[in-house]
Design a protein around this ligand. Structure first.
Ligand code: BG6
Length: 513
């Protein structure tokens, strides 16, 4: 194992000053869906914003034979379809296209990697990329370890050719299927790269509104004093999707909602909301605080799994007036599948700040709408004054961070209804990103690719975070193994009725975002 080149402190952290150094991005799985829908459109957007390095190239690595020009033509269509800048700017595209290349090889063929190495060195000479590499694993996860080993064995990491250049690797999700498989992948990575060269992607961390959680909490003095068990009754984190599995049945049926969304995205949201203030805004300080939160969540016992979780699976129903099939009728899904497409959880963070405050997490597919939010529900004020007088019961304050769509922050408070009677009514103070900042936020992949190019891993996940959240998730899956199958719920409603009963037993209710 070798050490990564020293990182410029100005180039790390949420407050970074950002100057990209030369780089070749090598995408493994270059003909796949992710490359077309997200990665290359994000690189094009960065080019459009003038945020790519001067000396830059993209090399697609995949199995199918293809010429450079065929590859470029496919990517042009992909960019035209998925870029946030419409229509495509011909000058920007042309300048990016002449930096795009294709390399055909099997993922397990050593010779293919040796040829890649020679090709990259040729590009270094022609384009001034000076040995800097960013490898992107966008293949099926079964290929990850093999590719990492081939990169190491064939001199693509720490090459003699450019000993001081940076070589980094981005690993797409899913990062493992369980704690033990995540550990194996981490082991393989650690055998070839230093932790500072490894970028485990969680695209939720690239969303502007998710980054704003830290700004809301630590750049404002009015919230933080209330952000604890004395004032907060509970926190609800909802990530609802109206889509079904969308042709991804073969992956999803072996995964399920808990692994697909909770282990990564929702655990990251939870740690950002619950963490202590980091000592600085740099990557290691933030990772340290997030992992402390995860360590303070005790993995559930099988009895707690029965009490603190609800699983559901979508049945037939109707979405926007259209009949939709049941999950078990989706392509590549087993007709007697027990895979959950909905999950609700209650977690406790056993530390000084959050002792006794339930964190309710809810995620599902085929729910009435696609929406993601974090709601901090405060305790009710003493009912001695208004509670007794008002004709409507007092609603406690809530602070809602809307992650998508309609990004913003809302505060619910009580106000007096004008008139002679003393009636109170909840009203909403609403901040909308669109209204205040106008411009469209960059796509998550844009920010994340840019950060990986400059070597800033703040918005990526660290080994210990990933492994701890797998420990929490594995304990739940183990409890489910001896439990009844998920409850069916009709497509287009907010999950199985059992999920409502689950929170109502605590005297609370789900928000309807
Ligand atoms: C992915 C999951 O990580 O996130 C998908 O695999 C899910 O199942 C997607 O649909 C949701 O991402 P977003 O950005 O659309 O909320």
């Amino acid at each position: 194992m070798q050490t990564a080149p020293p990182t410029n402190p100005l180039q790390e952290g949420l407050s970074a000053q950002r100057t990209p150094e030369p780089c070749v991005v090598v995408i493994f799985g270059a003909t796949g869906d992710l490359t077309h829908r997200k990665l290359v459109p994000a690189l094009y957007n960065l080019a459009h914003e003038g945020q790519l390095p001067q000396s830059f190239a993209i090399v697609g690595f995949a199995r199918r034979p293809k010429t450079h020009d065929q590859f470029r033509a496919e990517l042009r269509d992909a960019v035209a379809h998925s870029s946030r800048f419409q229509p495509i700017n011909p000058a920007v595209w042309e300048s990016l296209a002449q930096a795009i290349f294709y390399h055909q090889s099997e993922f397990g063929d050593a010779q293919g990697y040796q040829k890649l190495n020679a090709f990259l060195q040729k590009l270094d000479a022609e384009r001034g990329t000076a040995g800097h590499r960013l490898f992107y694993l966008a293949t099926a996860p079964t290929e990850f370890i093999g590719i990492i080993e081939q990169l190491g064995a064939n001199g693509l990491i720490h090459s003699q050719h450019a000993p001081t250049a940076s070589q980094r690797i981005i690993v797409e999700k899913p990062f493992g299927h369980s704690l033990s498989t995540a550990e194996e992948l981490n082991q393989a990575l650690a055998g070839a790269f230093d932790e500072r060269q490894i970028f485990r992607i969680d695209h939720y961390l690239g969303k502007e509104t998710v980054q704003n959680i830290a700004a809301l909490r630590f750049a404002n003095e009015i919230f933080e004093p209330l952000w604890n068990q004395k004032y907060v009754d509970h926190i609800q984190i909802t990530v609802a999707e109206s889509l079904g599995v969308e042709g991804r049945g073969s992956y999803y049926d072996g995964s399920g909602a808990l692994r697909d969304m909770v282990q990564n995205h929702m655990m990251q949201l939870l740690s950002l909301v619950a963490m202590e203030p980091p000592t600085t805004l740099d990557g290691p300080a933030i990772h340290d605080e997030k992992v402390k939160v995860l360590r303070a969540i005790r993995p559930m016992t099988p009895e707690q799994v029965q009490q603190f979780t609800v699983r559901g699976q979508y049945a037939r129903g109707s979405m926007a007036g259209q009949a939709v099939p049941a999950y078990r009728e989706e392509k590549n899904v087993s007709p007697d599948s027990r895979t959950e497409t909905f999950v609700a959880l209650k977690l406790f963070i056993e530390n000084w700040r959050w002792f006794g405050v339930p964190f309710y997490l809810r995620h599902g597919k085929r729910l009435p709408k696609g929406v993601a939010e974090i709601a901090v529900q405060f305790k009710a004020p003493p009912a001695v004054l208004f509670g007794a007088e008002s004709t409507t019961p007092l609603q406690p304050n809530a602070l809602v961070m809307r992650i998508q769509p309609d990004e913003g922050i809302a505060i619910r408070m009580n106000a007096k209804v004008p008139g002679n009677a003393l009636n109170l009514q909840p009203v909403k103070m609403d901040f909308r990103y669109g209204g205040s900042f106008g411009a469209h936020s960059p796509e998550a992949y844009e920010r994340l690719l840019h950060d990986a190019i400059i070597g800033d891993s703040t918005l990526f996940t660290r080994r210990d975070e990933v492994e701890r959240s797998w420990q929490i998730v594995d304990a739940i899956i183990e409890g489910w193994n001896s439990a009844p199958a998920p409850f069916p719920y009709e497509s287009g409603i907010w999950g199985p009725p059992e999920a409502d009963k689950f929170i109502e037993r605590d005297g609370r209710e789900w928000r309807r975002p």
